[in-house]
Ligand binder design. Structure first.
Ligand SMILES: Cc1cc2nc3c(=O)[nH]c(=O)nc-3n(C[C@H](O)[C@H](O)[C@H](O)COP(=O)(O)O)c2cc1C
Length: 175
């Protein structure tokens, strides 16, 4: 088992997956991790939709003109939504939950990749968010931050190399 520092280094965005399905208990472990994420005022505004329906994943893969094609080859994904009426910082809450789920996926030996939904457009008069919401029947008050693809890795990526650390971006006491 990796220690946390090594897990953080090992997590890379994986966009090629084996066809084999992800076990239901692993997907449950991932969303359970999301449900433990910190949230502002502990208002827990998020909702997660586990998707393993190939047809739905295929529809996700055309939700924008780029950056989403890999969804078609993913065996599973988690749509990360939040109730915009419950929190004015739902973006932060949803993002934190998404990243925690990505780290949990890595710890289970799975690869993952974030697909951006918020502030993106499918076409001129249709946001990516509305497109995704219509596919999964999400209620009106729900916002969609992202969809996280999950699956067994079909590509290996090198762990983050310490030599790439941008330590000049770290300041002490004053900027
Ligand atoms: C807010 C956010 C949005 C992202 N959106 C996408 C996306 O739409 N499509 C995609 O392929 N990767 C997306 N990514 C993954 C980034 O491209 C990736 O994290 C970055 O290139 C660093 O690579 P690494 O994750 O392998 O370290 C997103 C990541 C974040 C944090």
């Amino acid at each position: 088992m990796l220690n946390f520092a090594d897990l953080v280094k090992k997590r890379r965005s994986i966009r090629k997956f084996e066809e084999r399905p992800v076990e239901a208990d692993k997907l449950e472990t991932i969303v359970r991790a999301g449900l433990m994420a910190p949230s502002s005022k502990n208002c827990t505004p998020w909702q997660f939709v586990i998707v393993d329906d190939k047809e739905i994943l295929k529809k996700f893969s055309v939700c924008r003109d780029m950056g989403c094609k890999f969804m078609e080859g993913a065996p599973a994904a988690i749509v990360v939504l939040a109730d915009g009426t419950k929190s004015d910082v739902w973006v932060e809450d949803a993002s934190i939950a998404a990243v925690i789920m990505q780290l949990q996926a890595e710890d289970l030996g799975l690869g993952s990749c974030w697909m951006q939904v918020r502030n993106r457009k499918k076409e001129e008069n249709l946001t990516t968010e509305d497109y995704i919401k219509s596919i999964i029947n999400a209620p009106a008050e729900m916002k969609v931050e992202c969809v996280v693809a999950v699956g067994y890795k079909l590509e290996e990526k090198k762990p983050f190399d310490d030599s790439r650390l941008q330590l000049d971006k770290v300041h002490k006491n004053t900027f």
